[in-house]
Ligand binder design. Sequence first.
Ligand code: 5GP
Length: 185
Amino acid sequence: MLRPSNTDTIRVGDKKFAISVPASRIQKEVERVAAEISRDYSGREPLFLVVLNGAFVFAADLLRAVTLESQVSFVKLSSYNGADSEGKVRQLIGLGEDVRGRELIVVEDIVDTGLTMTRLLETLKAHEPASVDICTLLLKPGKLQTDLKIRYRAMEIPDDFVVGYGLDYDGRGRNLRDIYSIINE
Ligand code: 5GP
């Protein structure tokens, strides 16, 4: 991966990307969402459930900006395992019994079609939390296929594939400070 110096385009693996959301804007929007959560959950103690890997950077900034007494736990969805892309048999790893009766805030990097989040919510609900809210860094409204209720979103973006600020392309690019969109060549 080539880091930008005086250019707004970079190469990650075999693809070219152009900067689409600079770090300064990301920080502003993350702080706004943190303030909304702090206000809405005032006096309560939610459990933030961070979906790895992509949400780790967002969660680190979000949680430090939230002013509530809160707890954090990390979950991961297994890779597709013996299922085709439609079947999507993905296991939720790392979920403890601690979600029962808790007010959960699921922290995700990006909601695209919404299918991953819909399945995640189904699994979570089987563990009987008191409530579940979704907080996503990015949402692609043009791609959304479900009627998910997404209470918190930092930013809406066009349908293009993005990397940076936790999001990867083929395992790379997660440590970029800005968010970059793919350039289709
Ligand atoms: P969905 O099930 O909502 O279509 O897809 C959600 C998952 O697809 C995300 O958690 C993320 O892993 C991946 N994804 C969707 N769009 C993008 C994108 O633009 N960039 C990256 N890096 N991952 C994406």
